[in-house]
Design a protein around this ligand. Sequence first.
Ligand SMILES: [Zn+2]
Length: 294
Amino acid sequence: MSWTVFRCDNPDFRVRSVPDDITFGVKRSAMERSEAFRDMFSFCEQGLPSGDSSEAEVDPIVDLHEPADVLAILLRILHDPPRPPEEIPSSELDSYVKKYDEATVIPLPLLELVVLQLVDKYLLDESITEVLQQHLLAHAPSNGLRVYAFAVTNNMPKMASKASQYVEPMAKYTFQEIKCIPTVKAYHDLVRLQDFRVQALRDLLLKEDVFPHGYGACQPHAQSTPTTWDTKRRALLARIETGSDIAWEMSSLVETLSDCKTCQKACVAAVDMLAYKCRRIPKTLEKLPTGYLE
Ligand SMILES: [Zn+2]
């Protein structure tokens, strides 16, 4: 199903793409999902001379200065408003990243075109705009930087904030990729967010002991298990990134300690505590402490 092909089975109105001189039959009731068309219809009705039946019988047509392929996208959205993307239920208990059935997600280039050009120009109904934004957000986990940059460019701060959590560590991008970020401020905000997260994750890891304040301590392994924990932790510290799952990384120790139930139990508790504290670290721009981005 191509987005740039549009056909209406029982049209009662026509619109023409002026640049391509292509006319589309449309349904007026569908066109009224756009405030721009609603205004136009009410304006036309006021303009029609009353009682002039010969005038009213002429099939009305509206000229639009829109390429035919773009117009087709607009008409399709108005006639068959897109449904929200379908979420794939995650089997991972701790997974906060939503996954979507790709077949149900509108492709990103098309969204960028539609959201940018058509939503504002034709004042599409909020119900449509909201669904389009859900589609845009569905691309964020796999395309964090691009969705972030697009949201900033189009003055969508909430969307930008939500997308910010999916941006890879900044240094991993090439200049060609990073230059889509429109302003120094938008660039710097990401640098600050990522630095905040790395520092917070490092602090957490450094403070979390396997026998915190001696709690759950195992006498036979009072020295060796904390040493094992500390060795693992120091190796991890050096390579923490903004998206690191430090609890998951440390959880590999649980297997190593399988010879001693007491130590293993303490390790599981420490890993759970880490996971809990990690979830409280801000993931998005708007969750950062007030004033941090000024
Ligand atoms: Zn032990």
